[in-house]
Design a protein around this ligand. Structure first.
Ligand SMILES: Cc1cc2nc3c(=O)[nH]c(=O)nc-3n(C[C@H](O)[C@H](O)[C@H](O)COP(=O)(O)OP(=O)(O)OC[C@H]3O[C@@H](n4cnc5c(N)ncnc54)[C@H](O)[C@@H]3O)c2cc1C
Length: 484
């Protein structure tokens, strides 16, 4: 029977453990901070739980425009909202957020999910060891307690830690990483978010909806510089309309506490004062001190474990999965890399990791979901593609719901009409993208999507409309206002 030792109990590690156990291997998972990993305990699950509350606040903010007023205040301020959209959405003052309850809910939900996963592992007879491990040989892991676990196969899935920049070191009280947020007793009065990538944008969006003043310090031309440019422009526009101050081309040089607040110094000499600063400047792999290079595992220049598409490292029998490999920092990818490692190690038929069909989502309001070919690939000529963009403002359901911001963008191969990718900017874009992902994964054409009946009225009607636009022979390509 093959013995497998897994270092790290996040999605990369625990999904691998479940696969290996189901294939009859003897599996040990060693984890230092809690099963479920940073994904469940500090990063993905907590942030999306917080965002569930911030979305509720946004719904309250939208309510007057849809004719809903608080009891006893029939003349509540509607502001300058218009029925066709909500251009000046600001947090409502008729409801308030209880920060301690919100954060306790976040922590409790994360703890419960971690416990669920640990019980599941135990049910599948996976041995769970709480402790810090390091490789002391290609197939031997020693824990901080001095116990050694030997496995024919070792999987390294140790994840990442928030990156710190010199001069802006977090103190956990006023200068924070996202892992400190859920210990706060209050909603920051004025949150200065340093970093406008996915993490910075999600927290800027969420805390603004929760009532904080927010300043977003972005070193690039615009927020979300690596994302679809139309989506990034739209989100930046929404941020500004919602009262987020966006400082583009601004780089933080230092952050220091002053009294009950914090001052962020920019490299051009300007300063930004707030109550708290959130450093969201990326992550570094947790690969130091693991004994990896000592046993011959090759690390990349940034410290990531170098792996191939089968999750193999440079040492036979040593695999790596998840964020520590730097392949694509998503829970779904970590889990798939872990499963692939086990299928490969245990002799199952397995196809190498394919990143072209991975869908991802940014949980701002509205959300941005993407899959497949990107605008950049088309614009640089890397891929020949036709593209169309259908604004949600044309969508009847969006009008009914008061949604003005958003679009569906679809890419297809010229000639065959094969769907290559898409971008959806909409509330719950994360749910809507699946139909485009299915099309990309299964080689469906815009013609096939165009012939598929979508619900009338529905936001997904904009997906079939985009397909009709890309299908040149279609006579009904121009309008969504008529049910068909
Ligand atoms: C704020 C934020 C929000 C995110 N939201 C999403 C999202 O919505 N969707 C999504 O798909 N992804 C999201 N991600 C990314 C996602 O969290 C990661 O891709 C995922 O956690 C990677 O899983 P992993 O198993 O590689 O690592 P982790 O989840 O980090 O788990 C690694 C585990 O290894 C343990 N470990 C480390 N070193 C040792 C050691 N020496 N010995 C023993 N154990 C060790 C750690 O304690 C940890 O438990 C988000 C990330 C951030 C920062």
């Amino acid at each position: 029977m093959t013995r497998i030792v897994i270092l790290g109990g996040g999605p990369g590690g625990y999904e691998a453990a479940l696969v290996a156990a189901s294939l009859g291997a003897t599996v040990t998972v060693i984890d230092s901070d809690g099963i479920g990993g940073a994904c469940v305990l500090t990063d993905c699950v907590p942030s999306k739980t917080l965002i569930a509350t911030s979305e509720t606040m946004t719904n309250f903010a939208m309510a007057p425009a849809l004719g809903v007023r608080p009891h006893g205040d029939p003349s509540a301020e509607v502001g300058s909202w218009e029925l066709t959209g909500l251009p000046h959405l600001t947090p409502p003052d008729v409801v308030t957020v209880d920060p301690e309850q919100v954060n306790e809910r976040v922590r409790a939900l994360a703890r419960a999910q971690s416990a669920d996963i640990e019980r599941r592992l135990e049910r599948e007879r996976v041995e769970v060891v709480h402790g810090t491990g390091r490789l002391v040989g290609p197939h031997a892991v020693e824990t901080s307690d001095g116990e050694t676990f030997v496995g024919g196969i070792v999987l390294v899935a140790t994840g990442t830690s928030p990156r710190e920049i010199s001069g802006c070191e977090p103190d956990g009280e006023r200068i924070l990483t996202w892992r400190h947020l859920y210990d706060l007793k209050e909603i920051p009065e004025h949150l200065v978010v340093v970093g406008s990538g996915v993490t910075g944008a999600e927290f800027a969006s969420a805390y603004r909806a929760l009532g904080a003043e927010v300043t977003l310090v972005s070193s690039r031309e615009r927020v979300l510089p690596s994302e679809d440019p139309d989506a990034a422009r739209l989100i930046e526009d929404v941020f500004v309309r919602r009262g987020i101050e966006v400082l583009n081309r601004s780089r933080a040089a230092g952050a220091r506490r002053i009294g009950d607040g914090v001052v962020v110094e920019l490299t051009d000499g300007r300063t930004v004062t707030g109550s708290h600063a959130l450093m969201a400047v990326g992550s570094v792999p947790r690969t130091k001190g693991l004994g990896l290079t000592e046993v011959g595992v090759r690390l990349g220049s940034g410290g990531h474990v170098v792996v191939d598409r089968m999750s193999r490292t440079s040492v036979p029998g040593v695999y790596a999965a998840g964020d520590c490999t730097g392949v694509l920092p998503l829970a779904s990818v970590a889990a798939m890399q872990g499963r692939i490692a086990m299928w490969h190690a245990l002799g199952e038929a397995v196809t190498p990791l394919r990143l072209g069909t991975v869908s991802s989502n940014i949980f701002t309001e509205p959300e941005i979901a993407t899959v497949g070919v990107t605008q950049r690939m088309k614009d640089t000529g890397a891929i020949a593609a036709e593209v169309t963009t259908v604004p949600l403002m044309r969508n009847p359901r969006a009008k009914m719901m008061g949604i003005a911001d958003g679009f569906v963008k679809l890419f297809c191969r010229p000639g065959s009409g094969c769907v290559l990718g898409g971008v959806i900017v909409a509330p719950r874009a994360s749910e809507l993208i699946l139909s485009i992902s299915l099309a990309v994964e299964n080689g469906l054409t815009v013609d096939q999507i165009a012939r598929t009946l979508s619900i009338y009225p529905s936001l997904s009607g904009s997906i079939t409309e985009a397909a009709r636009v890309l299908r040149p022979r279609d006579l009904f390509a121009s309008s969504t206002d008529v049910p068909r």
